[in-house]
Design a protein around this ligand. Structure first.
Ligand SMILES: Cc1ncc(COP(=O)(O)O)c(C=O)c1O
Length: 429
């Protein structure tokens, strides 16, 4: 399966917000790093489950049974998305942040205060503060950062390995930086953790929409992602190795389940959140097999369609990224617009490639003012923030502009962004 301009047109029909914003303005939505647009299949499935299965689990009437089935289906869909071993490995939560805090607290119970946690220099604070908190509580001595190369935006994993020692309890990395687009080689990072006898934890929130996620291939102990970065609504999931699900003790109330993923879940579940996630995952699997008349069967069939879908998505996003970086004809790309500094990998090659996330600054421009101009004059939606990341500060910046593409974005939108930046860069200030 190849995503070409005809297929993208079809794909955009799945996203009512892809062309026109709620105020009726035709625009290019490039703020996907902050949260993607919602796929129709996700919203429809959520609405259906919200109305029809609106009851709590554990009773004998249809609404309650339906809610329970919807939750189980959602866990299975997430398991297929992540290449996990089944619904019993999938925990849900309010956000990736809450899930990582829950995990770090539970892990910290077993630490003595002499240990350390090792992470990368490009984490979102969601994957920093849960471990900082363990230091504040006296559960670990140190959180160590493996710093990336400021010039290339790449992380040399030997630097990560050099920080790991026999007191390292957790190695935790993001699958991709939400500012730089840099991908972490998860297999190698996982091996470094395993060789040291440390847990391996992955923050896949930013990367989840951009490529295959495979918890078995990277052999992680836990991995988190959030629905709103995957064409769905808020609400997040954590894959956990069954040994950890059973072996650790999370904060919980007395009567809540003592085993399985439910042991990790606070309060009662919203079945509609699970339905929305199943809808989004089935939407992605459709890209892998667009002639399919109905949703895939859970398990192997869904996983194989998802693998095909993400292969097509990666290939399409790589083509878009090459265009954004290099430009076309007289339109300069981010690599050569005068006065523009691009942070992060300068190409789409290497062992891991990169996510289509581009953070930059234009000389002489305040980021907020430029993002306003891009919106007001050119109808291009990009971010101008710190993205809850320490990365801008490492470049001595408070904020950066950020454009994140996903597979429903078009070449036309990429060219529109470049045209706007080419024009603004030529202006005298
Ligand atoms: C890499 C990364 N991790 C974590 C988060 C936060 O996720 P949540 O809002 O689900 O806590 C984000 C959000 O932007 C992110 O990009």
């Amino acid at each position: 399966m190849r995503i070409d301009s005809r297929f993208v047109k079809k794909i955009r029909k799945e996203f009512p917000g892809a062309e026109i914003d709620p105020m009726g303005r035709n625009r290019a939505f490039l703020d996907n790093g902050a949260g993607t647009l919602v796929a129709l299949r996700s919203a429809e499935r959520e609405a259906f489950a919200r109305i029809d299965w609106s009851a709590n689990v554990g009773n004998l009437f249809p609404e309650s049974i339906g809610a329970e089935e919807t939750i189980l289906e959602g866990r299975q869909a997430v398991s297929d998305l992540l290449g996990a071993n089944g619904p019993e490995t999938i925990v849900s939560g309010e956000s990736a942040t809450s899930l990582l805090f829950s995990l770090s607290y539970a892990m910290g119970r077993g630490f003595s205060g002499t240990e350390n946690v090792v992470t990368t220099g490009y984490e979102h604070y969601t994957n920093i503060n849960p471990w900082v908190e363990l230091g504040t509580m006296g559960r670990i001595r140190e959180l160590r950062f493996a710093e990336f190369d400021l010039e290339t935006g790449l992380l040399d994993l030997d630097k990560l390995a050099a920080l790991v020692d026999n007191r390292t309890k957790v190695v935790t990395v993001s699958a991709a930086s939400n500012v730089l687009g840099t991908r972490t080689n998860l297999r190698e990072a996982g091996k470094i953790a395993r060789d040291a006898g440390a847990h391996f934890v992955v923050d896949a929130v930013h990367h989840i929409a951009h490529g295959v996620t495979d918890v078995k291939a990277c052999r992680c102990d836990a991995l988190v992602f959030s629905g709103y970065k995957l064409f769905s609504r808020h609400g997040s999931f954590m894959y956990m190795r069954p040994k950890l699900i059973e072996g650790l003790t999370p904060y919980k109330v007395f009567s809540s389940p003592k085993h399985g993923p439910e042991k990790w879940e606070w309060g009662t579940r919203d079945q509609a959140m699970f339905a929305a996630t199943t809808g989004a995952i089935d939407y992605v699997s459709w890209i892998g097999y667009p002639s399919a008349k109905r949703p895939p069967k859970p398990g192997k069939q869904r996983r194989s369609r998802l693998l095909a879908a993400f292969k097509a998505i990666e290939d399409y996003e790589k083509r878009l990224s090459d265009l954004v970086l290099e430009g076309r004809g007289r339109l300069k790309g981010l690599l050569n617009i005068p006065g523009l500094t691009l942070y992060g990998p300068k190409d789409t090659g290497g062992k891991t490639g990169r996510d289509p996330t581009f953070s930059f600054k234009l000389q002489g421009w305040d980021d907020r003012k430029l993002s306003k101009l891009l919106w007001d004059k050119y109808a291009i939606a990009v971010g101008a923030e710190d993205y809850f990341s320490r990365v801008p500060a490492l470049y001595k910046a408070e904020t950066m502009l950020r454009a994140t593409f996903v597979h429903y974005n078009t070449e036309r939108e990429a060219l529109a962004m470049l045209k706007a930046l080419n024009e603004v860069a030529k202006r005298k200030r």
